[in-house]
Design a protein around this ligand. Structure first.
Ligand SMILES: Cc1cc2nc3c(=O)[nH]c(=O)nc-3n(C[C@H](O)[C@H](O)[C@H](O)COP(=O)(O)OP(=O)(O)OC[C@H]3O[C@@H](n4cnc5c(N)ncnc54)[C@H](O)[C@@H]3O)c2cc1C
Length: 682
């Protein structure tokens, strides 16, 4: 490995650690606030109230502070003033000296750096900056100033404090007495580690090691110091050492060697990414520390979490819960410009992307335009059996099915009423199964007692699958479980049968006609027309055929990823059309581009890692296959829910989805049963 490659690897490791560290830092700030709140409540507050400073306060205010401060700390509201009030209580003669030191530093940290992303302060920060009261704005500016001023000094001072504290072996000695020969009572290796901590060399692992070994030593301080010191060490480990450290110097040095400065130069290579779905966003994010100018083009302004589209279609979630504006996803990434535009072609030889008459030049192009519905040559069915691919599809599907219940309520002819209450879902893959299950659940429990002439629970949901079993990409046992769970919800599952005709009044399944006024298509997908832009015929599904490095043959600098690409990167098998596959391909292509930009050898061919299959059928019912580990029923459902909340983009969306699910779980109600648009819409 040459020096540049080593520098690149170190740079990559640093980038990964910074990303993971940000999440861990937010969690550690929350943990610190919770611990401080309980410690204040349980141990410290009474003593603090008796101390001189607070003794002057009226008793009512004392009592209020005792109750309010821990609450403010836990939720992260007015965290800095709360921390300041608690800090002012320290140093009073009545406070336990041992308790004061590390806890005081923890409070100082919160005062200087704020409560972090998992707090109400954080949510309000943009609003506060703009409120019409100059005093509030001035306070906000003041706190921002403190945050900036202490951003580098605080981690250094904390490291220094912790090193001396740990080596001295007693918080009391450090807090109240001058450091003397006692300082040298620690074993030599602990003193060595403390020195390394002060210098800021390999700070994150050293802080974690100290956090693990220090409590095992006979030099233990009091119980409260034990937790506070641990939290301070983990704050350092997650946030990193800051600029006043040898680690920072090393990162700078590797950056210079590797030529991967974060600052983007004007002559940096131009990377155009078409499509802000899972693949496109993964590419853009993975290039965040690369010296290149990225243009991300999408015809929609949002990144969509497609796996939950069926929940919007069945009125369980709102459209805004599963989509985030692409601009907000890339807000913090200086080397990206977002364009809202529909790409119409590519001039591969001139290296231009075409948006109508406009030409956008590129050095590297990543096509991540996803897939569209395929009616297997019967596009005339699409108006009668719409599919699910975009937010518009989901909202329109929701309108269709809710209108069907409204029509049934006003229908006097029983046969016609039955047709309005019959829903056919074509396709027994994950989307069809999830859609049919959610539809049946909505009818059975979601609209109880709301209609007077019909009983929505009598609705008939039919799932038609041409293959011999539903969920054909899952194991036979999971398919069996899914069919059983669908049956329990009242869904009629027809397997091994083909849909031969669809019209506004019903569906022909083989020779049998099912009278149904509402049908949905979940049977086939075809790639976007991107292959045609490159003059390729594509594979059978119209996907761009790519090589082992996901590049398009005879089109240097052009890559295709995700649902629009046909790659055999799954140990020689075709890579499936799944979100994790698109993400992995996006990250891989970013590596290839980074290597090309910095004149390094390309990474080895793309290899897809399959983590498993998940599908939910209804309340407390799902199937999960994670490599050789299988789950069904309620455990799989909880796993499915947690995984989806975790992978959903945006904190607001995660909170909204979790809250909506909790609400639906407890009340059995669907809060988003809105028919938008005119009732005369077809
Ligand atoms: C209903 C449904 C449920 C699914 N459930 C799951 C699941 O549970 N688990 C799972 O792993 N996968 C699931 N998938 C599949 C998964 O969503 C896709 O594999 C994944 O989204 C593919 O990512 P992508 O980046 O290739 O394309 P997409 O995420 O589809 O993104 C393509 C982007 O390109 C943009 N675009 C297209 N054409 C143009 C153009 N001409 N100009 C500009 N922009 C353009 C689109 O607006 C879109 O933003 C589901 C898919 C659907 C439709």
């Amino acid at each position: 490995m040459n020096v540049s490659a080593l520098a690149g690897a170190l740079g990559g490791l640093h980038g990964w650690l910074s990303g993971a560290g940000q999440i861990a830092y937010a969690a550690m700030l929350l943990a610190s606030r919770i611990w401080l709140a309980q410690a204040t409540f349980v141990h410290g507050l009474m003593a603090m109230m008796q101390a001189e400073g607070f003794a002057r306060l009226p008793p009512a205010l004392d009592t209020m502070l005792q109750g309010v401060l821990p609450f403010l700390l836990v939720v992260g509201l007015l965290t800095r003033p709360a921390a300041l009030i608690l800090l002012l209580g320290f140093g009073q003669p009545s406070i336990e000296q041992d308790f004061a030191g590390p806890r005081g530093v923890l409070l100082l940290w919160l005062m200087a750096q704020g409560a972090g992303p998992l707090s109400i302060d954080y949510l309000l920060r943009i609003g506060l900056r703009r409120v019409p009261f100059s005093l509030v704005r001035a306070v906000w500016q003041f706190y921002r100033g403190i945050e900036r001023l202490t951003a580098e000094v605080l981690p250094f001072a904390t490291r220094l404090y912790l090193a001396v504290f740990l080596a001295a072996g007693s918080g009391a000695a450090l807090w109240s007495q001058p450091i003397t020969g006692e300082f040298l009572t620690a074993p030599w290796w602990l003193i060595l580690l403390c020195w390394i901590l002060i210098l800021g060399l390999f700070t994150r692992p050293i802080a974690v090691v100290l956090c693990v070994i220090w409590p095992l030593m006979p030099l233990l301080g009091p119980e409260q110091s034990f937790t506070a010191v641990g939290l301070l060490l983990l704050l350092i480990a997650s946030r990193g050492p800051g600029k006043l450290s040898l680690d920072w110097g090393m990162v700078q040095a590797t950056g210079i060697l590797h030529g991967s400065q974060e600052r983007v130069t004007e002559r940096a290579p131009r990377v155009v990414v078409v499509g802000g779905g899972f693949g496109g966003i993964a590419t853009v994010r993975s290039l965040s520390r690369t010296n290149c100018r990225i243009t991300l083009i999408d015809r929609r302004n949002h990144h969509l979490f497609q796996p939950l589209l069926y929940q919007v279609a069945t009125a369980a979630l709102s459209p805004a819960d599963i989509a985030v504006p692409i601009r907000s996803v890339t807000r913090g990434q200086q080397n990206v410009a977002v364009r809202l535009a529909a790409v119409t072609g590519v001039d591969a030889s001139a290296k231009h992307v075409l948006v109508g008459d406009e030409r956008i030049p590129f050095d590297f192009l990543v096509l991540a335009t996803g897939a569209e519905h395929s009616y297997f040559g019967r596009n005339d069915w699409s108006p009668f059996a719409p599919g699910l691919k975009s937010l518009e599809d989901a909202v329109s599907m929701r309108g269709r099915l809710l209108r069907a219940f409204e029509q049934a309520e006003s229908e006097t002819d029983l046969e016609k009423q039955k047709a309005w209450l019959t829903f056919v879902v074509v396709g027994g893959g994950p989307t069809g199964v999830e859609l049919a299950g959610a539809l049946a659940e909505l009818a059975k429990t979601g609209m109880d007692m709301e209609y007077r002439r019909i009983d929505p629970a009598q609705a008939r949901v039919v799932l038609v699958q041409s293959a011999p079993r539903v969920l054909p990409t899952f194991s036979p046992k999971s398919s069996e479980e899914a069919a059983r769970a669908l049956g329990a919800l009242g869904v009629e599952v027809i397997t091994g049968a083909k849909v031969t005709a669809i019209d506004p009044g019903g569906v022909h399944v083989d020779d049998v006609r099912i009278a149904a006024r509402t049908s949905f298509w979940a049977a086939g997908v075809a790639a976007s027309p991107a292959a045609g832009w490159l003059g390729q015929a594509g594979d059978r599904a119209g996907r761009i055929i790519v090589g082992p490095d996901l590049s398009v043959t005879h089109c240097p600098g052009i890559f295709a990823i995700g649902d629009t690409a046909a790659s055999n990167g799954w140990a020689g098998k075709p890579v499936p059309g799944l979100a994790p596959a698109a993400k992995q391909q996006g990250q891989y292509v970013a590596d290839v581009i980074r290597a090309a930009i910095s004149d390094r050898p390309s990474p080895p061919p793309f290899q897809y890692t399959h983590y498993g299959n998940l599908a939910t059928i209804g309340r407390l019912s799902a199937v999960a296959e994670l490599r050789s580990f299988r789950l069904w029923g309620a455990p799989a459902w909880w796993f499915w829910g947690l995984a989806h909340i975790l992978f959903l983009g945006g904190g607001r969306n995660r909170a909204a989805v979790a809250l909506n699910w909790l609400w639906a779980y407890v009340t059995y109600r669907r809060s988003t049963r809105l028919i938008t648009g005119s009732i005369d819409d077809p």
